[in-house]
Write a protein that binds this ligand. Sequence first.
Ligand code: 5GP
Length: 194
Amino acid sequence: MHALEQKILTEGIVLSDQVLKVDAFLNHQIDPKLMQQIGVEFAQRFKAAGISKIVTIEASGIAPAVMAGLELDVPVIFARKYQSLTLKDDLYRSKVFSFTKQTESTIAISKKHIAADDHVLIIDDFLANGHAALALVDLIQQAGATVCGIGIVIEKSFQSGRQLLDEKGFHVESLARVKSLTEGQVTFVREESN
Ligand code: 5GP
């Protein structure tokens, strides 16, 4: 997605050869127009999949997920990372190893928001090694629901997540595919064209 790649090149900060900071438009300050374009793009790529619900993870997945939900006209659920006094319902829980914090935590969604007949699109801001996406898959499968696709805003293709999700047979769509972050430079995967 050209507008997203341009934004990454102009406003992204390469923190190391493993980590990209995008808090100018996605992870802290949010660019609503770009999020809207992202929602349209996800909707375009998954519109044939019969999606009934979107599941993401707080906090940074929420903005792109809501925009995709608006376009696809379906509800959006975000998995909670923190205990909350208001989250007292029966919960599906899964453990996830955080790439950015390097710690394990538990994420949860309320059983009342997801049913066995749901066809779910997972959306997240980044794909690194695939732990967050697979924890969301686990929550959805505990409900007996179907994972129809995984939409990622920024995939770091040099890490293991994409290959893992492909091998498990998921339909993955990433709007920007980062090939490398070496020497402070972002380079993108260029799809083969005939
Ligand atoms: P994974 O679970 O695929 O290893 O990592 C994905 C999760 O870690 C995402 O939910 C995202 O929040 C975070 N993450 C992974 N890589 C990066 C990165 O380079 N920059 C930022 N800001 N977050 C990342």
